[in-house]
Design a protein around this ligand. Structure first.
Ligand SMILES: [Mg+2]
Ligand SMILES: [Zn+2]
Length: 171
């Protein structure tokens, strides 16, 4: 069994911008490449698990999302980082009703567990919203980190709240 590093996308990999889908609007967050390298070197597979309700809302298409995802994977590969797979939820409850995949539900992570035979207890989830943390906990992920650059979040079910990505692995 292999360990996994599960990453939320917006607000963890890239600077959060509302309903981002254009490459030119995409801005990597400081330290994300180094963090991925650290966990990859430690034997973790890397996954992106992201809610993309902009698709349900019609702000961008599945195709737009796929194009950006492909570009992100290519950018990471320039640094020797291998993103194994991107999972996304294209739904929004107001439009589609309740779905099975939107975080805090754990389905995206559990799908990865099934597909890649992952060791969830020794895996990590990083998100910038409490629902990311809950998705990790609901999937049985051992360590969860809430990334809060603004240092405004005081309470979380996460293992730790961090304001810098490097605080996750440099302690
Ligand atoms: Mg986010
Ligand atoms: Zn969904």
């Amino acid at each position: 069994m292999q360990k996994a590093l599960f990453l939320d996308r917006d607000g963890v990999i890239n600077v959060e911008k509302d309903y981002l889908y254009k490459i030119e609007d995409f801005e990597f967050i400081d330290g994300i490449v180094e963090l991925c390298r650290y966990y990859q070197d430690n034997g973790s597979k890397i996954f992106v698990v992201t809610n993309q309700s902009g698709i349900a809302r019609g702000y961008y298409s599945e195709d737009d999302f796929a194009k950006l995802s492909k570009w992100i994977i290519k950018e990471f590969s320039k640094y020797g980082i291998d993103i194994t797979k991107t999972y996304h939820c294209p739904h929004h409850p107001d439009i589609n009703g309740k779905c099975e995949c939107r975080k805090p539900k754990p389905k995206m992570l559990l799908d990865a567990e099934k597909e890649f035979d992952l060791d969830m207890k020794n895996s990590i989830m990083i998100g910038d919203k409490e629902r990311d943390i809950e998705a990790g906990l609901n999937a049985g992920v051992g360590k969860t980190y809430l990334f809060d650059e603004s240092k405004t979040i005081e309470k979380s079910k996460a293992t730790k709240i961090v304001s810098k990505l490097e605080d996750i692995y440099k302690c």
